[in-house]
Ligand binder design. Sequence first.
Ligand SMILES: [Fe+2]
Length: 355
Amino acid sequence: MAAEDGFVETVDRAAEEGRTPFYERARERNLAPLWRVLGGLVTEEPRSPAVPAHWAYSDVRPYLIEACDLISTEEAERRVLVFENPGLPGQSRITPSLFAGYQIIRPGEVAPAHRHVASALRFILEGKDAYTAVAGERTMMEPGDFVITPSWTWHDHGNESDELMVWIDGLDMHMVNLVSASFREGYPGRSHPVTRPEGAAMAEVGFNLVPVDFETTSQTSPIFNYPYRRTREALEMVSRTRAPDACHAFKMHYINPLNGKSAIPTITTAMQLLPKGFRSSSYKSTAGTVFSVVEGKGSVTVGDMRFQLAPKDLFVAPSWFPIQFEAESDLILFSYSDRIVQDKLDLFRESRGDA
Ligand SMILES: [Fe+2]
C-alpha cells in the first residue's frame, strides 16, 4: 500500500525529519530514497495524468480560420493547432503517449516536404482534392480517409482545390522521444518529386494480391490511404452479418495487408459503427484513446464526464477511464491509441462491463 503522495505507507513520517541530513548528503551524490516516491512510481492501478476532454468542431474551427490569417504554411512548416489535454498543459500531449492536432491548408498552399522517425496518421475532416505525397506518390484526400506517413519517409501536403482542407494529425513522437530515437530532416526544396502514379501502392497490395518477390523492410502498411468509402462499405456489411459487440458495436482495426498487423507499428487505428439506439456496456482499457466523430449524433460518458457528440468533434478517453456510448443516430467513430505498443509489450489490459 502506498500513500497518494508516493510515500510507502509504512514509512514513519515522524522519523523522516531526522533522516533529512542523510537525504541531503545523498542528493549531492545524485541519490534519492525510493521509499518516498515508490507509491507514485508503481501504482496499484493505472493513474493517467490525462483527463477526459472533448472539443466541439464548431468551437475549434474559427480558431483554425484565424490561424490561416495569422501565419502561412511556409512560415509555420505545419499550420497545426495542438489538442492539449487539460491534465497535461504545455506538453503537446492528448494522452501521455499520443499527439493530436488539427491541420489546415488553404487553396494553393503547400506544407513543405520533410521526414522524421515519428510516424503520423492523417484523418480527413473537411475538403477534397488536396494531396499528401509519401515517398514520391501522391494521394488525394477526402473526408473520412485515413492516411499514413510512415516513419522516415519524405512527405508533403498541398491543396490544389478551391476549398479549405482540414485533417487530424496523430503522431507517436512522445513514444519516440521516450526512448530518445527522434531524427528529423527538411527536404532541400518545397516538394519531393512525384516518381510514382497515384494508386500505385494500392494496386500493389490493396486488392489481396501482391507482386511476386515484393519486398519491404518497413512494418508500416504500404497502403498509405485507406479510403472512407471502402471502410464505410466494410462496416455496413459487417453490421448486417455479425451481432454487435456489447462494448464496441461494430469496430474494425486498420491493418497492414502484408502481415495482418496494425497499419502503423506504434499506433492502433480503428473505425466503428454504433447503430441508432445502441447503448454500449461500460468498457475500460489501459490504452488511452482519441476519437473523432465521422457521422451521426450521440453521447459518450468518459469517467464522470458526459459529452454530446456531433460530426468532426474530437474527444479523448485516458487509460482506465470507463467509457460508455449512446447512439442517437448511426454513429461512426474513428479512433487511435497506443494499444499496439502495449500488446507487443504484454502491457494491455481491459475490463468489460461494470466491473
Ligand atoms: Fe511530418
